[in-house]
Design a binder for this molecule. Structure first.
Ligand SMILES: [Zn+2]
Length: 142
């Protein structure tokens, strides 16, 4: 019998890109919304992007990433106004995951990066419908 696991503040969450593919939706629509004004101007529309070879500065590993995701991570997430006190908690969670290269993070870790609210509130939001159906953010339960 598989043990029934309940997500807690240490459960890792990530953006489930397979879910986006499976539901036939384009994650770039949402990513585009979170770009800084300069990147929005540069890209024009969410559809108007090319893939980029991204080199991991630590490992030297090359991965092909979507141009929008690249901009959000390499430009917008470096800006002081990427996550501010007026950024909604749900948008902050999405932005933190993108900035982290979608490496899974727990509610506790997200809270440390966002710097407001508290881990339990972050977890409640993560388990809510909006994070699943708008952002495709899912827990990783093993
Ligand atoms: Zn930008």
């Amino acid at each position: 019998m598989a043990k029934l696991l309940r997500p807690d503040v240490n459960t890792k969450f990530h953006i489930d890109y397979d879910w986006w593919t499976d539901t036939g939706r384009d994650v770039r629509v949402v990513i585009w919304e979170h770009l800084c004004p300069e990147c929005k101007a540069k890209h024009g529309t969410y559809a108007d992007t090319a893939d980029i070879d991204w080199v991991d500065s630590d490992t030297g590993e090359i991965t092909v990433v979507d141009g929008l995701r690249y901009s959000l991570r390499e430009c917008c997430s470096q800006r002081d106004d990427y996550i501010t006190p007026s950024t909604t908690l749900s948008a902050s969670i999405f932005r933190v995951l993108i900035a982290n290269g979608n490496a899974p993070l727990s509610a506790t870790e997200m809270h440390e990066r966002i710097g407001k609210s508290d881990p339990r509130a972050v977890l409640r939001l993560l388990l809510g419908k909006q994070m699943r159906t708008h952002y495709g953010i899912k827990p990783i339960l093993e």
